[in-house]
Design a protein around this ligand. Structure first.
Ligand SMILES: Nc1ncnc2c1ncn2[C@@H]1O[C@H](COP(=O)(O)OP(=O)(O)OP(=O)(O)O)[C@@H](O)[C@H]1O
Ligand SMILES: [Mg+2]
Length: 279
């Protein structure tokens, strides 16, 4: 165990105790407890319908819990919702960009809503950071899923909130866009932002999270580091296994993460060659 976990009062940015929530007769959360250390990435894993989005909505003050307490940056989500809202940002499961506006206009709008100075400058900086400068003057309706997701995350970073919630940030993205989102999330945590993300992709939790919690039948049934969770199963036996490239390795090599020779490009579809030329 690390010092941060032994001393949660000093370092926990999120403290959740006994949260319960039912929708009519359907109990969804039956007493959820966990803490997230400041500046760490916490992944909440769970199957469809486990209650991940419900929990994120409670923590971001959009929904009231039936019982229990949740404290974000020392503010109670029920009693101090205004202060909580100023401390967090939420990127929902479904992108919240305004499709009629351009990417740049979306960013400027949020910066204005947050009463920040120099909204144009903020927008341009974020467009550059998320590799959206060229697309910035196009309407968001014309963006691909990955671009839209990146814009959505960029919008949620305006105002530098200390805590961010990402509800399934990479669902529906191709491996390249997903890697870009992962890099963004790592960068945020490296700079002290606390990140709570939900995911169904176990690989995503393995790649990103300092701690992983599994939400199942309304409670957290396990919560630990990847190494701690792996210790729950019997120790691995040593076997000789030939290391074959995964389909993902092949895909990334073909579409952009590794240099491709002229002969190799002969094998690629036109769109992939075009994309390589552009990157
Ligand atoms: N407003 C609501 N009214 C009634 N039932 C709801 C409401 N919101 C969620 N539920 C139910 O609560 C349960 C948990 O839903 P939730 O969206 O939190 O799950 P999830 O873990 O986010 O799932 P997914 O992985 O599919 O996003 C589901 O059975 C869902 O139908
Ligand atoms: Mg959900």
């Amino acid at each position: 165990m690390t010092a941060t976990v032994e001393n949660p009062k000093v370092s926990a940015a999120i403290r959740v105790r006994g949260i319960e929530k039912s929708f009519k007769d359907l109990p969804v959360l039956r007493g959820v407890d966990f803490e997230v250390a400041r500046g760490s990435i916490f992944a909440l894993l769970g199957s469809n319908g486990a209650g991940k989005t419900t929990l994120v909505r409670i923590l971001s003050t959009l929904l009231k819990a039936d019982a229990g307490t949740a404290v974000i940056e020392d503010f109670d989500v029920a009693a101090e919702s205004l202060q909580v809202r100023e401390s967090i940002s939420l990127t929902g499961q479904f992108a919240a960009v305004d499709e009629v506006l351009t990417g740049r206009e979306n960013l400027i709008l949020v910066a204005r809503l947050r009463h920040l100075e120099k909204p144009d400058q903020i927008a341009d900086d974020l467009l550059a950071r998320f590799a959206l400068t060229d697309a910035g003057s196009r309407r968001a309706a014309t963006y691909s899923g990955g671009m839209r997701r990146r814009l959505d995350i960029a919008m949620s970073l305006i105002g530098d909130p200390p805590v961010i919630f990402l509800d399934e940030p990479t669902t529906g993205l191709d491996p390249q866009s997903r890697n870009e989102v992962w890099q963004t999330v790592r960068h945020l945590a490296d700079n002290g932002t606390t990140v709570l993300l939900t995911t169904q992709t176990l690989n995503e939790a393995e790649q990103l999270a300092d701690r992983i919690a599994i939400l199942h039948r309304g409670t957290i049934i396990q919560n630990g580091t990847l190494a701690e969770l792996k210790q729950l199963l019997p120790p691995a036996t040593v076997e000789y296994v030939e290391k074959q490239p995964s389909l993902e390795d092949v895909f990334l090599a073909l579409v952009g993460e590794a240099p491709v020779s002229d002969t190799e490009t002969d094998l690629l579809p036109d769109a992939a060659i075009q994309q390589r030329k552009e990157t």
